[in-house]
Design a protein around this ligand. Sequence first.
Ligand code: SF4
Ligand code: SF4
Ligand code: SF4
Length: 275
Amino acid sequence: MKQLKKYLPPLILLLIFEAVAVTLWLAKNNLFYLFNFSYIGLAVSLGLFLLIRKYRYARRIVQLLVGLYMLVFLGLISRENMQIEGFWYYLFTGVFEAATIHYAVAKIFGPLIFGRGWCGYACWTAMVLDFLPYKVPAAPRKNLGWIRYITFAASLLFVAALFLAKVGNIERIMFWAFIVGNIAYYAVGILLVYRFKDNRAFCKYICPVTVFLKPMSYFSLIRIQCDPDKCVSCGTCKRVCPMDVDVTDNARSRRNGTECILCMECVKHCPKKAL
Ligand code: SF4
Ligand code: SF4
Ligand code: SF4
């Protein structure tokens, strides 16, 4: 019975995804949604199951399963721009599909429940960056977070300009924007890893999606909490955190609190099991 209880969270997660899959399938009369959300639900639940079993590469497996699916199948084969430009595009056309659904679930309303779980377990940009050598930042964080607002505004202006100029075949432009955008993200992301000795430098300073993710994840239901009775203030959790979160502070306003990607590195390394 105790064993069963232990594996209840992945089961509940799978059921939630299935509920979304069936609802969207029936509401939009499109079998794709059943396949899409069932696949993602299975991948994420499998990851959580492996995490509970303390499998070392659990997070990496989910990143690859979801990240590659979205990049290769949805982006390149199905030609859906799942980047922020795609979100603006569908929003302007008033279509609640593909990127708008993806953003609503993973990046705007979902973070109220699972914070920046997207960033830790599913993003195809971080999927590559996390293979690089600076898993733990080897240099202090820079004060460059303002750049994300520029990239955010640039993505919005780019799509708005296409509509205002009444450019034809925007769908095709969106596909190429997805390819060029991803190449640019990987190139800049990898460059910054070595420049700042930090795998997640792109996430911290450049990524426009964080403009949505950060404020929503402030209210996240799921967050890492510290038990002050067990904590011996050894500082290990802060040393291993890829996002420089002050995880021993339980306040929502803790330092870099909205940067937490729920990677569980702090939990794994805490010698007192205080997290
Ligand atoms: S911050 Fe941006 S690039 Fe980094 S993991 Fe999140 S969505 Fe991906
Ligand atoms: S690693 Fe654990 S014991 Fe050490 S400071 Fe963090 S929470 Fe406290
Ligand atoms: S190490 Fe802990 S505090 Fe830091 S991002 Fe991962 S889960 Fe969040």
